[in-house]
Design a protein around this ligand. Structure first.
Ligand SMILES: [Zn+2]
Length: 263
């Protein structure tokens, strides 16, 4: 963050603004960005602007019920990568502000800090920084086969990688081994980091790994995994898009490496 007020009371004339109403993004004539001028009537007298990037701010509005809105999910496929990055960050900051209105220690209100992106208790001064929840996502492989699973929450016929939240005190590698064991009853080895992704639903950091199958038979965890099986890289079910998800990228990257391997 550069010079100037981190949390300005009014948007600078040059600012780009992202406006939210709960978890929905308000559209300005079909566009996600608002200017200080177009947003002015919606912002009211005393807006709380959250700094997203240089000259870009987010605000969580309680009113503005008549404005057209979209969910962030519905924008995943239509916005450019750079706009999605700003939308993702803005959405997470708005969620952080909305869920830290009061101090967890003494119950008083919080307010934005002066110099850092932090919320401070007006009474005891305790600081609350934006919170990220780290997760692992893993593609387990066995030569020309990959392990994919479906949860009951997925669309019909849709499979993806295994994933889970990192618990207190765990390394990502420990989480990965535990999740694979719990969700499908397999042991893995040769765990290696591949790539990561910020995932704003509401505020995850997805750490993508590859792991080799070591032992065991697939036993789906009841209530969690509806089906899990080995798929040949040449015969895959419906999987997440590699454009927007690290799961899709892990799968696509592995499939490509296997094809090269076969040639
Ligand atoms: Zn407090």
């Amino acid at each position: 963050m550069t010079s100037g007020t981190l949390f300005p009371g009014r948007p600078p004339a040059s600012a780009r603004l992202l406006l939210f109403r709960r978890d929905r993004i308000l559209l300005n004539g079909g566009e996600v960005f608002w200017s200080a001028r177009t947003a002015g009537p919606l912002l009211g007298e005393n807006p709380q602007l959250l700094p997203v990037a240089e000259d870009c701010f987010a605000a969580d509005l309680s009113g503005a019920d008549e404005a057209e809105s979209r969910s962030l999910r519905s924008l995943l496929f239509s916005e450019s990568d750079s706009e999605l990055e700003l939308l993702s960050r803005a959405s997470q900051l708005v969620y952080w502000r909305r869920t830290h209105r009061f101090c967890g220690l003494c119950g008083e209100s919080t307010r934005p800090g002066d110099t850092d992106r932090v919320l401070e208790c007006v009474a005891c001064g305790h600081q609350f920084f934006p919170r990220i929840n780290p997760c692992v996502i893993v593609l387990v492989t066995r030569g020309g086969e990959i392990l994919l699973a479906r949860s009951a929450r997925y669309r019909s016929g849709f499979y993806s990688c295994l994933a889970g939240f990192i618990e207190i005190g765990e390394t990502p590698e420990q989480t990965l081994a535990r999740e694979v064991r719990e969700e499908v009853g397999l042991e893995v080895e040769n765990i290696r980091y591949a790539q990561s992704q910020s995932w704003p639903f509401p505020s995850q950091l997805m750490l993508g790994f590859l792991a080799d199958y070591r032992s065991g038979e697939i036993v789906p965890e009841p209530g969690e995994i509806e089906d899990a099986r080995w798929f040949s890289v040449s015969d895959l079910p419906n999987i997440p898009s590699s454009n927007i998800s690290v799961a899709g990228k892990l799968i696509e990257g592995y499939v490509r490496s296997q094809r090269k391997h076969e040639q």
